[in-house]
Design a protein around this ligand. Structure first.
Ligand code: V47
Length: 355
């Protein structure tokens, strides 16, 4: 059957058919993705008021794409104390943040309590704030470093106040590319296993994909299909987040730089393929805000949030260090023809700005 008809019939595509979607022209692909998006959410576009906190850049692992961790390219090491983390959380919550997105490097110096105590202290002081924390890569690091099982780490996270898990550390699942990018870090199978265990606890998480470096279109499709398979089983992914690779200050030499055209096609294809993951997030910190706004017409229904401070992507060249003001964010979404909806971390609607 014709590929376009198959998408219109909402039939699932094979790996080969999914790769062939890239050969469609951008606007045909965009229309297919937009129809699905509109069927699910109309013109609504979701965002939240969040604050990213990255408590340390000291890392026991080396990922070639990373400009954030302390290294010879970034000699400015830091590790926050619990008090410093609590101060940032207090300031963020007082200025309106409802979610703290807390992600660290793999810090071998301060023990498990340094990780867990931070969540517990924030939660004790602010029981209503949503803590989205600990990538599967961090969970795996605590397992490797301190001999804890994944179950033990996940249970500790819940006991100390973590509400949901972010999608980081997925990178690209293809084993050969992964070995080249981040040898020694959580494997693809382990990343998926950790999220499955988290979902089995009745908890929700996100999934990312880092693209635009040395991977091929086939690798991106393989990545999305592995997520689709797990989601069929465990059902706990809220959002898929394609992260556009930023090329500055790291150890990965990339000759080609992705075009906006290829980025938009990837958003659209993710909307078409991931029929079981509700939200496609155009994370503006990596796509740029302008492209994220256009991505709303290519399948994306979520723009992440105001962020307030961003350290990982901005270290590699993104213009996201200082986040975005809420009023500005809302008016940009409106001007692009969409209805901004402030959501909580689990996509319950808090306020619809439809005036
Ligand atoms: O896993 C590192 C990526 C991720 C670079 O779950 C880079 O809601 C681009 O996962 N260029 C962490 N990306 C960020 C992340 C995230 C962000 C926003 C929302 C959510 C969510 C999760 O940042 C890492 C890695 O893939 N990253 N270096 C770089 N040079």
């Amino acid at each position: 059957m014709d590929l376009i008809q198959k998408v219109k019939n909402r039939q699932r595509l094979t790996q080969e058919e999914a790769v062939a979607l890239y050969d469609l022209d951008l606007f045909t692909l965009g229309k297919l993705a937009d129809d699905i998006r509109q069927e699910k959410f109309g013109k609504k576009s979701y965002f939240n008021i969040n604050r990213h906190i990255n408590p340390t850049n000291v890392c026991a692992d080396i990922c070639k794409f990373c400009a954030y961790s302390a290294s010879r390219k970034n000699p400015n090491q830091y590790t926050m104390t619990h008090e410093q983390i609590l101060n940032i959380a207090t300031e963020a919550i007082e200025s309106g943040a409802k979610e703290l997105h807390i992600v660290s490097a793999h810090n071998p110096n301060d023990g498990v309590e340094w990780y867990m105590g931070a969540f517990r202290k924030v939660k004790e002081k602010f029981p209503d704030v949503h803590i989205k924390a600990m990538t599967a890569a961090e969970v795996d690091f605590l397992h490797r470093e301190y001999g804890l099982s994944y179950d033990e780490v996940l249970d500790m996270m819940i006991a100390n106040g973590v509400d949901s898990m972010p999608g980081g550390g997925a990178e690209i699942f293809d084993e050969e590319i992964r070995e080249y990018l981040c040898k020694g870090k959580v494997t693809s199978a382990q990343w998926l296993e950790i999220h499955k265990k988290w979902h089995q606890r009745g908890k929700e998480s996100n999934a990312t994909m880092l693209f635009g470096h040395v991977e091929s279109r086939e690798h991106r499709i393989d990545h999305m299909l592995r997520l689709r398979d797990l989601q069929d089983e465990s059902g706990g992914f809220n959002a898929f987040i394609p992260l556009v690779y930023q090329k500055d200050n790291n150890f990965l030499r990339v000759e080609k730089f992705l075009t906006a055209h290829e980025i938009l096609k990837t958003y659209a294809i993710s909307r078409i393929l991931l029929d079981n993951i509700p939200h496609i997030k155009a994370y503006w910190a990596t796509s740029t805000i302008n492209l994220a706004l256009i991505a709303q017409e290519f399948g994306a229904d979520d723009l992440d949030g105001t962020i307030q401070k961003e350290s990982i992507q901005s270290a590699a060249g993104a213009k996201s260090a200082n986040g975005m003001k809420m009023d500005e964010f809302i008016s940009m979404i409106k001007n692009a023809g969409f209805i901004p909806v402030q959501r909580d971390s689990l996509y319950n609607e808090l306020e619809v700005y439809d005036d």
